[in-house]
Design a protein around this ligand. Structure first.
Ligand SMILES: *[C@@H]1O[C@H](CO)[C@@H](O)[C@H](O)[C@H]1NC(C)=O
Ligand SMILES: *[C@@H]1O[C@H](CO)[C@@H](O)[C@H](O)[C@H]1NC(C)=O
Ligand SMILES: *[C@@H]1O[C@H](CO)[C@@H](O)[C@H](O)[C@H]1NC(C)=O
Ligand SMILES: *[C@@H]1O[C@H](CO)[C@@H](O)[C@H](O)[C@H]1NC(C)=O
Ligand SMILES: *[C@@H]1O[C@H](CO)[C@@H](O)[C@H](O)[C@H]1NC(C)=O
Length: 528
Protein backbone atom coordinates (compact mmCIF):
# COMPACT_ATOMS: atom_id res chain seq x y z
CA UNK A 1 0.00 0.00 0.00
CA UNK A 2 1.56 3.28 -1.06
CA UNK A 3 1.90 5.86 1.69
CA UNK A 4 0.13 9.07 0.90
CA UNK A 5 0.96 12.17 2.85
CA UNK A 6 -0.65 14.94 0.90
CA UNK A 7 -0.75 18.58 1.59
CA UNK A 8 -4.39 19.37 1.32
CA UNK A 9 -5.20 22.42 -0.71
CA UNK A 10 -8.96 22.19 -0.61
CA UNK A 11 -10.76 24.96 -2.35
CA UNK A 12 -14.43 25.53 -2.41
CA UNK A 13 -15.57 26.44 -5.84
CA UNK A 14 -18.57 28.57 -5.25
CA UNK A 15 -20.43 28.80 -8.42
CA UNK A 16 -23.79 29.68 -7.04
CA UNK A 17 -23.57 33.13 -8.58
CA UNK A 18 -22.69 31.85 -12.03
CA UNK A 19 -25.32 29.27 -11.50
CA UNK A 20 -28.01 31.90 -11.13
CA UNK A 21 -27.53 32.81 -14.76
CA UNK A 22 -29.03 29.46 -15.65
CA UNK A 23 -32.15 29.84 -13.62
CA UNK A 24 -34.65 30.84 -16.17
CA UNK A 25 -37.41 33.00 -14.82
CA UNK A 26 -40.11 32.18 -17.35
CA UNK A 27 -41.52 28.84 -18.36
CA UNK A 28 -41.50 29.99 -21.96
CA UNK A 29 -37.74 30.44 -21.89
CA UNK A 30 -37.29 26.95 -20.55
CA UNK A 31 -39.23 25.49 -23.44
CA UNK A 32 -37.42 27.53 -26.08
CA UNK A 33 -34.06 26.52 -24.72
CA UNK A 34 -35.08 22.91 -24.28
CA UNK A 35 -35.58 22.53 -28.01
CA UNK A 36 -31.90 23.24 -28.62
CA UNK A 37 -30.45 21.83 -25.42
CA UNK A 38 -28.56 18.53 -25.32
CA UNK A 39 -29.61 15.36 -23.54
CA UNK A 40 -32.69 13.21 -23.75
CA UNK A 41 -35.44 12.12 -21.34
CA UNK A 42 -37.31 8.82 -21.36
CA UNK A 43 -40.20 7.79 -19.17
CA UNK A 44 -39.21 4.28 -18.00
CA UNK A 45 -42.16 3.41 -15.78
CA UNK A 46 -45.25 5.42 -15.03
CA UNK A 47 -45.73 3.86 -11.59
CA UNK A 48 -43.08 2.22 -9.41
CA UNK A 49 -45.46 2.05 -6.44
CA UNK A 50 -43.42 4.17 -4.03
CA UNK A 51 -41.88 7.60 -4.21
CA UNK A 52 -38.11 7.27 -4.58
CA UNK A 53 -36.84 9.11 -1.51
CA UNK A 54 -33.69 6.97 -1.25
CA UNK A 55 -31.86 5.09 -4.05
CA UNK A 56 -28.77 2.88 -4.29
CA UNK A 57 -27.41 1.13 -7.41
CA UNK A 58 -26.12 -2.38 -6.65
CA UNK A 59 -23.50 -4.44 -8.51
CA UNK A 60 -26.34 -6.54 -9.98
CA UNK A 61 -27.50 -3.48 -11.95
CA UNK A 62 -30.54 -3.34 -9.74
CA UNK A 63 -31.52 -0.29 -7.75
CA UNK A 64 -32.89 -0.48 -4.22
CA UNK A 65 -35.47 2.22 -3.59
CA UNK A 66 -37.44 3.14 -0.48
CA UNK A 67 -39.49 5.94 0.99
CA UNK A 68 -40.92 5.43 4.51
CA UNK A 69 -43.32 3.11 6.29
CA UNK A 70 -45.64 5.59 8.02
CA UNK A 71 -47.11 7.05 4.84
CA UNK A 72 -50.24 4.89 4.71
CA UNK A 73 -50.75 2.46 1.82
CA UNK A 74 -48.38 2.83 -1.13
CA UNK A 75 -49.32 1.84 -4.65
CA UNK A 76 -47.61 -1.57 -4.68
CA UNK A 77 -48.65 -4.67 -2.72
CA UNK A 78 -46.19 -6.76 -0.74
CA UNK A 79 -45.31 -10.08 -2.39
CA UNK A 80 -47.40 -13.22 -1.74
CA UNK A 81 -50.30 -11.25 -0.22
CA UNK A 82 -48.23 -10.64 2.90
CA UNK A 83 -49.07 -7.82 5.29
CA UNK A 84 -46.90 -6.03 7.78
CA UNK A 85 -48.44 -5.98 11.22
CA UNK A 86 -46.68 -3.26 13.17
CA UNK A 87 -48.36 -1.76 16.26
CA UNK A 88 -45.74 1.01 16.22
CA UNK A 89 -46.66 2.29 12.77
CA UNK A 90 -47.98 5.82 13.16
CA UNK A 91 -50.47 5.64 10.31
CA UNK A 92 -51.44 2.10 9.35
CA UNK A 93 -50.79 -0.77 11.77
CA UNK A 94 -51.67 -3.49 9.27
CA UNK A 95 -50.15 -2.49 5.96
CA UNK A 96 -50.26 -4.84 2.97
CA UNK A 97 -48.29 -2.50 0.72
CA UNK A 98 -44.54 -2.19 0.17
CA UNK A 99 -42.47 0.89 0.96
CA UNK A 100 -39.34 -0.37 -0.72
CA UNK A 101 -38.87 -1.80 -4.20
CA UNK A 102 -36.07 -3.16 -6.34
CA UNK A 103 -35.74 -1.84 -9.87
CA UNK A 104 -34.07 -4.16 -12.39
CA UNK A 105 -32.41 -2.09 -15.10
CA UNK A 106 -32.18 -4.96 -17.62
CA UNK A 107 -35.87 -5.85 -17.56
CA UNK A 108 -37.09 -2.34 -16.64
CA UNK A 109 -39.28 -3.82 -13.93
CA UNK A 110 -40.02 -3.44 -10.24
CA UNK A 111 -40.56 -5.94 -7.43
CA UNK A 112 -41.71 -5.14 -3.88
CA UNK A 113 -39.39 -5.45 -0.86
CA UNK A 114 -40.15 -5.47 2.85
CA UNK A 115 -38.81 -2.96 5.35
CA UNK A 116 -40.20 -3.63 8.82
CA UNK A 117 -39.60 -0.30 10.56
CA UNK A 118 -39.50 3.32 9.56
CA UNK A 119 -36.66 4.23 7.21
CA UNK A 120 -37.74 7.85 6.79
CA UNK A 121 -34.92 10.31 6.03
CA UNK A 122 -32.22 7.75 6.76
CA UNK A 123 -28.72 7.22 5.46
CA UNK A 124 -26.57 4.47 4.01
CA UNK A 125 -23.69 3.36 1.83
CA UNK A 126 -22.53 0.22 0.05
CA UNK A 127 -20.16 -2.06 1.95
CA UNK A 128 -16.98 -3.79 0.68
CA UNK A 129 -18.94 -6.94 -0.29
CA UNK A 130 -21.45 -4.92 -2.31
CA UNK A 131 -24.28 -5.07 0.22
CA UNK A 132 -26.13 -1.90 1.07
CA UNK A 133 -25.94 -0.89 4.72
CA UNK A 134 -28.78 1.45 5.64
CA UNK A 135 -28.96 3.04 9.07
CA UNK A 136 -31.49 4.96 11.14
CA UNK A 137 -34.81 6.49 10.27
CA UNK A 138 -37.68 7.65 12.44
CA UNK A 139 -39.88 6.31 15.22
CA UNK A 140 -39.32 2.53 15.54
CA UNK A 141 -36.50 2.66 12.96
CA UNK A 142 -34.47 5.33 14.76
CA UNK A 143 -31.65 3.08 15.99
CA UNK A 144 -31.93 0.22 13.50
CA UNK A 145 -29.59 -0.92 10.77
CA UNK A 146 -30.67 -2.85 7.71
CA UNK A 147 -28.68 -4.77 5.17
CA UNK A 148 -29.64 -5.56 1.62
CA UNK A 149 -27.49 -8.22 -0.05
CA UNK A 150 -27.84 -8.05 -3.82
CA UNK A 151 -28.99 -11.14 -5.71
CA UNK A 152 -29.88 -11.93 -9.31
CA UNK A 153 -32.80 -14.29 -8.70
CA UNK A 154 -35.32 -12.05 -6.91
CA UNK A 155 -34.76 -13.95 -3.67
CA UNK A 156 -33.17 -11.16 -1.63
CA UNK A 157 -34.90 -8.80 0.76
CA UNK A 158 -34.02 -6.50 3.66
CA UNK A 159 -32.48 -7.94 6.81
CA UNK A 160 -33.16 -5.83 9.85
CA UNK A 161 -31.11 -5.36 13.04
CA UNK A 162 -33.01 -3.69 15.86
CA UNK A 163 -31.53 -1.08 18.20
CA UNK A 164 -27.93 -1.57 17.15
CA UNK A 165 -26.99 2.11 16.82
CA UNK A 166 -25.84 4.00 19.89
CA UNK A 167 -27.96 7.02 18.94
CA UNK A 168 -31.10 7.55 16.92
CA UNK A 169 -30.05 8.72 13.46
CA UNK A 170 -32.55 10.77 11.50
CA UNK A 171 -31.03 12.97 8.70
CA UNK A 172 -27.50 11.63 9.29
CA UNK A 173 -24.78 10.99 6.69
CA UNK A 174 -22.79 7.78 6.16
CA UNK A 175 -19.41 7.26 4.56
CA UNK A 176 -17.41 4.11 3.99
CA UNK A 177 -13.95 4.06 5.63
CA UNK A 178 -10.70 2.44 4.47
CA UNK A 179 -11.17 -0.34 7.06
CA UNK A 180 -14.56 -1.27 5.59
CA UNK A 181 -16.68 0.12 8.42
CA UNK A 182 -18.96 3.08 7.96
CA UNK A 183 -18.99 6.30 9.91
CA UNK A 184 -22.45 7.70 10.63
CA UNK A 185 -22.37 11.42 11.31
CA UNK A 186 -24.99 13.63 12.95
CA UNK A 187 -28.71 13.49 12.52
CA UNK A 188 -31.38 15.56 14.16
CA UNK A 189 -30.29 16.59 17.66
CA UNK A 190 -27.14 14.45 17.36
CA UNK A 191 -23.89 16.38 17.53
CA UNK A 192 -21.82 13.21 17.39
CA UNK A 193 -20.84 10.27 15.21
CA UNK A 194 -20.52 6.51 15.51
CA UNK A 195 -19.30 3.56 13.48
CA UNK A 196 -21.03 0.48 12.14
CA UNK A 197 -20.50 -2.47 12.23
CA UNK A 198 -19.54 -2.08 15.89
CA UNK A 199 -16.15 -3.34 16.99
CA UNK A 200 -16.71 -6.05 19.60
CA UNK A 201 -20.35 -5.18 19.31
CA UNK A 202 -20.02 -2.21 21.58
CA UNK A 203 -18.19 0.97 20.60
CA UNK A 204 -19.89 4.20 21.54
CA UNK A 205 -20.69 7.45 19.84
CA UNK A 206 -18.25 10.36 19.94
CA UNK A 207 -18.94 14.07 20.26
CA UNK A 208 -18.53 16.36 17.27
CA UNK A 209 -18.91 19.93 18.59
CA UNK A 210 -18.72 21.26 15.01
CA UNK A 211 -22.27 19.98 14.50
CA UNK A 212 -23.50 21.93 17.53
CA UNK A 213 -21.60 25.02 16.37
CA UNK A 214 -23.17 24.93 12.92
CA UNK A 215 -26.67 24.20 14.21
CA UNK A 216 -29.14 27.08 14.09
CA UNK A 217 -31.74 25.63 16.49
CA UNK A 218 -34.60 27.53 14.81
CA UNK A 219 -34.12 25.83 11.45
CA UNK A 220 -31.60 23.04 12.14
CA UNK A 221 -29.86 23.85 8.89
CA UNK A 222 -26.92 21.49 9.22
CA UNK A 223 -28.68 18.17 8.68
CA UNK A 224 -27.41 15.61 6.18
CA UNK A 225 -23.90 17.08 6.39
CA UNK A 226 -21.78 16.71 3.24
CA UNK A 227 -19.07 14.17 4.14
CA UNK A 228 -16.15 13.01 1.98
CA UNK A 229 -13.11 10.88 2.65
CA UNK A 230 -10.20 13.14 1.78
CA UNK A 231 -7.01 11.96 0.07
CA UNK A 232 -5.06 12.36 3.34
CA UNK A 233 -7.35 9.95 5.20
CA UNK A 234 -9.21 12.64 7.12
CA UNK A 235 -12.86 13.44 6.50
CA UNK A 236 -13.97 16.66 4.95
CA UNK A 237 -17.26 17.57 6.66
CA UNK A 238 -19.39 20.49 5.55
CA UNK A 239 -22.48 21.59 7.48
CA UNK A 240 -24.56 24.77 7.20
CA UNK A 241 -22.07 27.22 5.69
CA UNK A 242 -18.61 25.94 6.47
CA UNK A 243 -16.35 22.92 6.48
CA UNK A 244 -13.73 21.19 8.57
CA UNK A 245 -11.08 18.58 7.97
CA UNK A 246 -11.66 15.97 10.64
CA UNK A 247 -9.40 13.23 11.97
CA UNK A 248 -12.08 10.72 12.97
CA UNK A 249 -9.54 8.32 14.47
CA UNK A 250 -8.40 10.78 17.12
CA UNK A 251 -11.53 12.93 17.15
CA UNK A 252 -9.58 16.07 16.24
CA UNK A 253 -10.45 18.95 13.91
CA UNK A 254 -7.31 19.24 11.77
CA UNK A 255 -8.40 22.34 9.93
CA UNK A 256 -11.26 24.85 9.91
CA UNK A 257 -12.19 26.31 6.55
CA UNK A 258 -13.62 29.80 6.21
CA UNK A 259 -17.35 30.34 6.01
CA UNK A 260 -18.72 30.26 2.46
CA UNK A 261 -18.88 33.77 0.96
CA UNK A 262 -22.22 35.33 1.83
CA UNK A 263 -22.63 32.92 4.73
CA UNK A 264 -25.91 31.38 3.63
CA UNK A 265 -26.58 27.76 4.56
CA UNK A 266 -26.04 24.98 2.04
CA UNK A 267 -27.17 21.86 3.88
CA UNK A 268 -30.64 20.58 4.69
CA UNK A 269 -33.20 22.17 4.71
CA UNK A 270 -31.48 24.85 2.61
CA UNK A 271 -30.47 21.86 0.53
CA UNK A 272 -27.73 22.65 -1.90
CA UNK A 273 -25.57 19.72 -2.86
CA UNK A 274 -21.90 18.85 -3.00
CA UNK A 275 -19.43 16.56 -4.74
CA UNK A 276 -15.79 15.70 -4.42
CA UNK A 277 -14.53 16.57 -7.91
CA UNK A 278 -12.68 13.82 -9.83
CA UNK A 279 -9.44 12.79 -8.15
CA UNK A 280 -6.48 12.76 -10.57
CA UNK A 281 -2.71 12.25 -10.63
CA UNK A 282 -3.17 9.30 -8.35
CA UNK A 283 0.51 8.35 -8.53
CA UNK A 284 1.41 11.90 -7.51
CA UNK A 285 1.95 11.11 -3.84
CA UNK A 286 1.92 14.35 -1.93
CA UNK A 287 0.65 16.18 -4.99
CA UNK A 288 -2.82 14.65 -5.09
CA UNK A 289 -5.29 17.39 -4.40
CA UNK A 290 -8.97 17.33 -3.68
CA UNK A 291 -11.56 19.93 -4.57
CA UNK A 292 -15.10 19.98 -3.27
CA UNK A 293 -17.83 21.64 -5.25
CA UNK A 294 -20.89 22.97 -3.42
CA UNK A 295 -23.78 24.21 -5.54
CA UNK A 296 -27.12 25.74 -4.69
CA UNK A 297 -28.59 26.26 -1.28
CA UNK A 298 -31.06 28.79 0.02
CA UNK A 299 -30.52 32.11 1.79
CA UNK A 300 -31.89 32.36 5.30
CA UNK A 301 -34.44 34.97 4.30
CA UNK A 302 -35.73 35.30 0.76
CA UNK A 303 -35.14 32.26 -1.38
CA UNK A 304 -33.75 32.78 -4.86
CA UNK A 305 -31.18 30.06 -5.43
CA UNK A 306 -31.50 26.48 -6.71
CA UNK A 307 -32.41 24.05 -3.92
CA UNK A 308 -32.69 20.29 -3.77
CA UNK A 309 -30.59 19.70 -6.87
CA UNK A 310 -28.86 16.31 -7.04
CA UNK A 311 -25.21 16.30 -8.11
CA UNK A 312 -24.23 13.19 -10.06
CA UNK A 313 -20.65 12.45 -11.17
CA UNK A 314 -20.75 11.27 -14.79
CA UNK A 315 -18.29 8.67 -16.19
CA UNK A 316 -16.38 11.37 -18.11
CA UNK A 317 -15.72 13.39 -14.96
CA UNK A 318 -18.40 16.01 -15.54
CA UNK A 319 -20.99 16.79 -12.89
CA UNK A 320 -24.70 16.63 -13.65
CA UNK A 321 -26.93 18.86 -11.52
CA UNK A 322 -30.49 17.64 -11.80
CA UNK A 323 -33.88 17.88 -10.01
CA UNK A 324 -34.93 20.48 -7.47
CA UNK A 325 -36.47 23.90 -7.39
CA UNK A 326 -35.50 27.54 -7.74
CA UNK A 327 -37.39 28.81 -4.70
CA UNK A 328 -38.16 27.67 -1.17
CA UNK A 329 -36.45 24.93 0.80
CA UNK A 330 -36.67 21.25 1.60
CA UNK A 331 -39.53 20.18 3.87
CA UNK A 332 -43.23 19.52 3.50
CA UNK A 333 -44.86 21.85 0.97
CA UNK A 334 -41.96 24.34 1.06
CA UNK A 335 -40.47 24.18 -2.46
CA UNK A 336 -41.64 26.28 -5.42
CA UNK A 337 -40.70 26.76 -9.09
CA UNK A 338 -39.33 23.39 -10.17
CA UNK A 339 -36.11 23.52 -12.17
CA UNK A 340 -36.87 21.17 -15.04
CA UNK A 341 -33.60 21.59 -16.92
CA UNK A 342 -30.50 19.80 -15.64
CA UNK A 343 -27.12 21.46 -15.96
CA UNK A 344 -23.78 19.85 -16.77
CA UNK A 345 -20.71 21.26 -15.03
CA UNK A 346 -17.35 20.67 -16.73
CA UNK A 347 -14.62 21.09 -14.12
CA UNK A 348 -11.85 21.23 -16.75
CA UNK A 349 -13.32 24.08 -18.78
CA UNK A 350 -12.21 27.67 -18.19
CA UNK A 351 -14.20 29.55 -15.54
CA UNK A 352 -17.27 31.05 -17.18
CA UNK A 353 -17.63 28.14 -19.62
CA UNK A 354 -18.33 25.33 -17.23
CA UNK A 355 -22.11 25.17 -17.00
CA UNK A 356 -24.30 23.95 -19.86
CA UNK A 357 -28.09 23.77 -19.62
CA UNK A 358 -29.63 20.48 -20.72
CA UNK A 359 -33.00 19.53 -22.15
CA UNK A 360 -35.89 19.86 -19.70
CA UNK A 361 -38.03 17.11 -18.29
CA UNK A 362 -41.75 17.73 -17.97
CA UNK A 363 -41.95 16.25 -14.46
CA UNK A 364 -41.14 18.39 -11.42
CA UNK A 365 -38.73 16.63 -9.07
CA UNK A 366 -39.16 18.46 -5.81
CA UNK A 367 -38.54 17.39 -2.21
CA UNK A 368 -37.72 13.69 -1.80
CA UNK A 369 -36.58 13.11 -5.37
CA UNK A 370 -33.37 11.32 -6.32
CA UNK A 371 -30.98 10.60 -9.20
CA UNK A 372 -28.34 7.88 -9.66
CA UNK A 373 -25.87 6.98 -12.41
CA UNK A 374 -26.42 3.60 -14.09
CA UNK A 375 -23.73 1.37 -15.56
CA UNK A 376 -24.85 2.25 -19.10
CA UNK A 377 -24.24 5.96 -18.48
CA UNK A 378 -27.87 6.99 -18.11
CA UNK A 379 -29.06 8.74 -14.97
CA UNK A 380 -32.08 7.25 -13.25
CA UNK A 381 -34.44 9.92 -11.91
CA UNK A 382 -37.42 9.28 -9.65
CA UNK A 383 -39.35 10.45 -6.62
CA UNK A 384 -40.81 13.78 -5.52
CA UNK A 385 -43.11 13.96 -2.58
CA UNK A 386 -43.54 17.15 -0.62
CA UNK A 387 -46.35 15.74 1.53
CA UNK A 388 -46.60 13.77 4.74
CA UNK A 389 -48.57 11.03 2.90
CA UNK A 390 -49.09 9.86 -0.64
CA UNK A 391 -51.16 12.76 -2.01
CA UNK A 392 -52.04 12.42 -5.67
CA UNK A 393 -54.68 15.16 -5.91
CA UNK A 394 -55.51 18.51 -4.41
CA UNK A 395 -51.89 19.55 -3.80
CA UNK A 396 -49.48 21.84 -5.63
CA UNK A 397 -46.95 19.10 -6.47
CA UNK A 398 -48.67 15.69 -6.29
CA UNK A 399 -46.72 12.70 -5.00
CA UNK A 400 -44.86 11.32 -7.99
CA UNK A 401 -44.41 7.59 -8.67
CA UNK A 402 -42.88 7.83 -12.15
CA UNK A 403 -39.37 6.80 -13.09
CA UNK A 404 -37.41 8.49 -15.87
CA UNK A 405 -33.95 8.23 -17.33
CA UNK A 406 -31.91 11.23 -18.38
CA UNK A 407 -29.43 10.38 -21.14
CA UNK A 408 -26.60 12.88 -21.40
CA UNK A 409 -25.60 13.80 -24.93
CA UNK A 410 -22.70 11.31 -24.82
CA UNK A 411 -25.28 8.53 -25.34
CA UNK A 412 -26.46 9.99 -28.63
CA UNK A 413 -26.29 7.38 -31.48
CA UNK A 414 -24.12 9.75 -33.50
CA UNK A 415 -21.25 8.81 -31.16
CA UNK A 416 -21.73 5.05 -31.64
CA UNK A 417 -18.60 4.62 -33.75
CA UNK A 418 -16.30 6.24 -31.23
CA UNK A 419 -17.87 4.70 -28.14
CA UNK A 420 -15.39 2.33 -26.47
CA UNK A 421 -16.57 -1.22 -25.75
CA UNK A 422 -14.67 -2.93 -22.93
CA UNK A 423 -13.89 -6.57 -23.77
CA UNK A 424 -11.82 -7.46 -20.70
CA UNK A 425 -11.57 -7.75 -17.77
CA UNK A 426 -14.98 -9.35 -17.31
CA UNK A 427 -17.48 -7.42 -15.25
CA UNK A 428 -17.30 -8.16 -11.52
CA UNK A 429 -13.58 -8.98 -11.68
CA UNK A 430 -11.52 -8.44 -8.56
CA UNK A 431 -8.63 -6.00 -8.64
CA UNK A 432 -5.99 -5.11 -6.07
CA UNK A 433 -4.44 -1.87 -4.87
CA UNK A 434 -1.47 -0.27 -6.63
CA UNK A 435 -1.35 -2.85 -9.40
CA UNK A 436 -1.10 -2.71 -13.15
CA UNK A 437 -4.41 -3.38 -14.82
CA UNK A 438 -4.82 -4.03 -18.53
CA UNK A 439 -8.15 -3.04 -20.01
CA UNK A 440 -8.93 -4.23 -23.53
CA UNK A 441 -11.46 -2.34 -25.59
CA UNK A 442 -12.78 -1.86 -29.08
CA UNK A 443 -13.33 1.40 -30.89
CA UNK A 444 -14.53 1.02 -34.46
CA UNK A 445 -12.96 4.21 -35.76
CA UNK A 446 -9.31 5.17 -36.03
CA UNK A 447 -8.53 6.97 -32.81
CA UNK A 448 -6.09 9.38 -31.30
CA UNK A 449 -4.61 7.22 -28.56
CA UNK A 450 -3.74 10.28 -26.50
CA UNK A 451 -7.40 10.95 -25.85
CA UNK A 452 -8.21 7.79 -23.89
CA UNK A 453 -9.33 8.23 -20.29
CA UNK A 454 -10.10 5.59 -17.69
CA UNK A 455 -12.30 6.43 -14.73
CA UNK A 456 -13.61 4.56 -11.73
CA UNK A 457 -16.86 5.67 -10.01
CA UNK A 458 -18.47 4.52 -6.78
CA UNK A 459 -22.21 3.77 -6.71
CA UNK A 460 -23.44 6.22 -4.05
CA UNK A 461 -26.44 6.18 -1.71
CA UNK A 462 -28.65 9.08 -2.68
CA UNK A 463 -31.24 10.92 -0.64
CA UNK A 464 -32.21 14.52 0.06
CA UNK A 465 -30.07 15.94 -2.76
CA UNK A 466 -26.88 14.37 -1.51
CA UNK A 467 -25.06 11.29 -2.75
CA UNK A 468 -23.22 9.73 0.17
CA UNK A 469 -19.99 7.98 -0.70
CA UNK A 470 -19.81 9.38 -4.23
CA UNK A 471 -16.30 9.54 -5.70
CA UNK A 472 -14.69 9.35 -9.10
CA UNK A 473 -11.05 8.58 -9.81
CA UNK A 474 -9.28 9.33 -13.05
CA UNK A 475 -6.88 6.39 -13.50
CA UNK A 476 -5.36 7.82 -16.64
CA UNK A 477 -6.06 10.71 -18.96
CA UNK A 478 -4.49 12.27 -22.02
CA UNK A 479 -0.94 11.98 -23.21
CA UNK A 480 0.14 9.95 -20.21
CA UNK A 481 -2.22 7.14 -21.27
CA UNK A 482 -0.44 3.92 -22.10
CA UNK A 483 -2.53 2.69 -25.01
CA UNK A 484 -1.43 -0.07 -27.36
CA UNK A 485 -3.18 -1.00 -30.59
CA UNK A 486 -3.77 -4.78 -30.70
CA UNK A 487 -5.72 -5.12 -33.94
CA UNK A 488 -7.75 -3.12 -36.38
CA UNK A 489 -10.21 -1.83 -33.78
CA UNK A 490 -8.75 -3.44 -30.68
CA UNK A 491 -6.77 -1.56 -28.08
CA UNK A 492 -5.33 -2.07 -24.64
CA UNK A 493 -4.89 0.60 -22.03
CA UNK A 494 -2.64 -0.07 -19.06
CA UNK A 495 -3.39 1.74 -15.82
CA UNK A 496 -2.23 1.61 -12.23
CA UNK A 497 -5.04 0.92 -9.79
CA UNK A 498 -5.27 3.40 -6.89
CA UNK A 499 -2.65 2.81 -4.22
CA UNK A 500 -4.77 2.61 -1.08
CA UNK A 501 -8.13 2.30 0.59
CA UNK A 502 -7.92 5.99 1.43
CA UNK A 503 -8.24 6.86 -2.24
CA UNK A 504 -10.80 4.09 -2.84
CA UNK A 505 -12.24 2.21 0.09
CA UNK A 506 -12.72 -1.47 -0.72
CA UNK A 507 -15.89 -2.26 -2.62
CA UNK A 508 -17.53 -2.37 -6.02
CA UNK A 509 -16.88 0.44 -8.49
CA UNK A 510 -17.87 1.11 -12.06
CA UNK A 511 -14.90 1.30 -14.42
CA UNK A 512 -15.26 3.19 -17.70
CA UNK A 513 -13.05 3.74 -20.74
CA UNK A 514 -13.77 7.19 -22.12
CA UNK A 515 -12.76 8.47 -25.55
CA UNK A 516 -13.15 12.21 -26.20
CA UNK A 517 -15.70 12.49 -23.37
CA UNK A 518 -17.74 9.52 -24.73
CA UNK A 519 -17.85 6.75 -22.11
CA UNK A 520 -18.12 3.01 -22.68
CA UNK A 521 -20.66 1.09 -20.72
CA UNK A 522 -19.10 0.51 -17.34
CA UNK A 523 -17.91 -2.80 -15.95
CA UNK A 524 -18.10 -3.60 -12.26
CA UNK A 525 -14.77 -4.15 -10.50
CA UNK A 526 -14.34 -5.09 -6.86
CA UNK A 527 -11.22 -3.55 -5.35
CA UNK A 528 -9.80 -5.41 -2.36
C1 LIG B 1 -52.32 1.66 -7.67
O1 LIG B 1 -53.01 2.67 -8.37
C2 LIG B 1 -53.86 2.18 -9.37
C3 LIG B 1 -54.41 3.36 -10.15
O2 LIG B 1 -54.93 4.31 -9.29
C4 LIG B 1 -54.95 1.31 -8.73
O3 LIG B 1 -55.79 0.79 -9.72
C5 LIG B 1 -54.29 0.19 -7.95
O4 LIG B 1 -55.27 -0.55 -7.24
C6 LIG B 1 -53.28 0.71 -6.97
N1 LIG B 1 -52.56 -0.40 -6.36
C7 LIG B 1 -52.33 -0.50 -5.04
C8 LIG B 1 -51.64 -1.72 -4.56
O5 LIG B 1 -52.61 0.40 -4.29
C1 LIG C 1 5.03 17.08 -7.07
O1 LIG C 1 5.06 18.37 -7.66
C2 LIG C 1 6.36 18.91 -7.70
C3 LIG C 1 6.25 20.35 -8.18
O2 LIG C 1 5.36 20.44 -9.26
C4 LIG C 1 7.23 18.05 -8.62
O3 LIG C 1 8.54 18.56 -8.67
C5 LIG C 1 7.25 16.63 -8.05
O4 LIG C 1 7.96 15.78 -8.95
C6 LIG C 1 5.84 16.08 -7.87
N1 LIG C 1 5.90 14.80 -7.17
C7 LIG C 1 5.33 13.71 -7.67
C8 LIG C 1 5.49 12.46 -6.83
O5 LIG C 1 4.70 13.69 -8.71
C1 LIG D 1 -9.01 14.48 -19.71
O1 LIG D 1 -8.24 15.51 -20.27
C2 LIG D 1 -8.94 16.30 -21.22
C3 LIG D 1 -7.93 17.28 -21.83
O2 LIG D 1 -7.34 18.03 -20.83
C4 LIG D 1 -10.10 17.01 -20.55
O3 LIG D 1 -10.84 17.74 -21.50
C5 LIG D 1 -11.01 15.95 -19.93
O4 LIG D 1 -12.04 16.60 -19.20
C6 LIG D 1 -10.22 15.06 -18.99
N1 LIG D 1 -11.07 14.01 -18.49
C7 LIG D 1 -11.20 13.74 -17.20
C8 LIG D 1 -12.10 12.61 -16.82
O5 LIG D 1 -10.61 14.36 -16.36
C1 LIG E 1 -52.58 14.06 2.08
O1 LIG E 1 -53.34 12.88 2.30
C2 LIG E 1 -53.64 12.65 3.65
C3 LIG E 1 -54.22 11.25 3.80
O2 LIG E 1 -55.03 10.94 2.72
C4 LIG E 1 -54.56 13.75 4.15
O3 LIG E 1 -54.89 13.55 5.50
C5 LIG E 1 -53.81 15.08 4.00
O4 LIG E 1 -54.63 16.16 4.35
C6 LIG E 1 -53.32 15.27 2.58
N1 LIG E 1 -52.41 16.41 2.54
C7 LIG E 1 -52.66 17.51 1.83
C8 LIG E 1 -51.61 18.56 1.87
O5 LIG E 1 -53.66 17.64 1.18
C1 LIG F 1 3.53 1.22 -21.33
O1 LIG F 1 3.48 -0.20 -21.14
C2 LIG F 1 4.58 -0.89 -21.69
C3 LIG F 1 4.36 -2.37 -21.48
O2 LIG F 1 3.11 -2.73 -21.96
C4 LIG F 1 5.86 -0.45 -20.98
O3 LIG F 1 6.96 -1.08 -21.59
C5 LIG F 1 5.99 1.06 -21.10
O4 LIG F 1 7.06 1.50 -20.32
C6 LIG F 1 4.74 1.77 -20.63
N1 LIG F 1 4.85 3.19 -20.88
C7 LIG F 1 4.51 4.11 -20.01
C8 LIG F 1 4.63 5.54 -20.42
O5 LIG F 1 4.07 3.81 -18.88
Amino acid sequence: MAAITPKVPISFLLHHLIFLLFLLPHQQNILTLAAAAPGKWNLLLSNIGVSAMHMQLLNTDRVVIFDLTDFGPSNISLANNKCRNNPNDLTLKIDCTAHSVEYDVASNSIRPLTVQTNVWCSSGAAMPDGSLLQTGGFNDGFRNARIYRPCNDNSCDWQEFNTVLTQGRWYATNHILPDGRQIIIGGRGQFNYEFYPKRNGADQSFNLPFLAQTNDPRIENNLYPFVFLNVDGNLFIFANNRGILFDYVNGVVVKNYPTIPGGDPRSYPSSGSAVLLPLRNLQGGANITSEFLVCGGAPKGSFTTRVMGDMVLLPNGNVLIINGASAGTSGWELGRNPVLAPVIYRPNNPVGQRFETQRSSSIPRMYHSTAVLLRDGRVLVSGSNAHAYYNFTGVLFPTDLTMEAFSPDYLDPRFARVRPIITSPASRSRIGYGQQLNINFIIREKINRDLITVTMVSPPFTTHSFSMNQRLLVLTNGTSSNVTQLGRSNYRVRVMTPGSGILVPSGYYLLFVVYRDIPSQGIWVQIK
